[in-house]
Write a protein that binds this ligand. Sequence first.
Ligand code: NAD
Length: 291
Amino acid sequence: MNWPAGQTAFVTGAASGIGLGIARALVKAGAKVALADIDSQRVAAAARELADAGGEVIAVTLDVGDPDQWQAAADQAERALGPVSILCNNAGINGGGDLDQTTLDVWRWVYRVNVESQFIGISTFLPRFKQRGGRAHILNTGSMAGIVPMARVGAYSSAKFASVGLTMVLRNEVQGSDIGVSLLCPGTVSTRIAVTSGEGEAALRGTEVNAAAVEGNSALLSQGADPDRVGEQVVEAMQENQFLIITHKEWEPLVDAVHAEIKQAYVTFDGRHGPDVSAQALVDGFNPVTA
Ligand SMILES: NC(=O)c1ccc[n+]([C@@H]2O[C@H](COP(=O)([O-])OP(=O)(O)OC[C@H]3O[C@@H](n4cnc5c(N)ncnc54)[C@H](O)[C@@H]3O)[C@@H](O)[C@H]2O)c1
């Protein structure tokens, strides 16, 4: 049987968009899938669709930002479908505006859903993967906005930078084991994220939905890639144990500009501190405070 056939996957944000695309592709590849989402109605409908198509799936209602819900959600998935060996930390929302227009509540919500949730997901499943042994895989959904800074969505962009860093560290920490790690950095994908995020932010702030912003962002996103194709790309990449998954080449010059700025800073380096003998030692051997 070709991996991931017969494996059990836990996919967050699976009621819609890229998460649903990943779930569909996993089912197509023969995996069992726990579809987790905060939107219980939509995730139940998605699970019904996949079950009708012959998939072995369940719907799990989960707010990924709530640490108290994760163990129960993981247990529910494993009771129904067997030990999970694939975690896709995909749920995410956009929010806020210019930094001085973003409330602390919105900032924290964006960080909680986009990156803190990924840490909690890893904390929930990685010990299970290590204890059971065998091949396992963790995918985090970042964004090109986690490599290229995006003005006016600073909370989102900086949370995605954190997600990119978290995933790179995770890769280093499990290197040499049977646990694979992938980082998905989509460009524009045609999903409901503008709607979900607009409604979520309005509910959080107790305001009306900013319909004009939601409409404008939805129109931009509707020109993006098909989330089902992204889902297929993700499953192929996980099969190949590929780390970085890029969906659009159009971002290359913007990424190059970020790297060129770093390179330029080395060019103007004035050597005033002498050689840094500790760089590699620090990267390889920093002493954890928690043993
Ligand atoms: N669409 C794009 O252009 C794009 C680009 C780059 C990155 N991404 C990332 O892709 C991921 C998926 O987004 P999408 O575009 O498919 O959006 P989407 O809104 O279509 O799907 C996201 C799903 O996450 C769920 N969700 C939101 N908050 C949640 C929470 N607290 N707990 C559990 N589930 C929650 C929503 O209910 C929704 O079903 C996100 O991490 C997003 O940041 C999307």
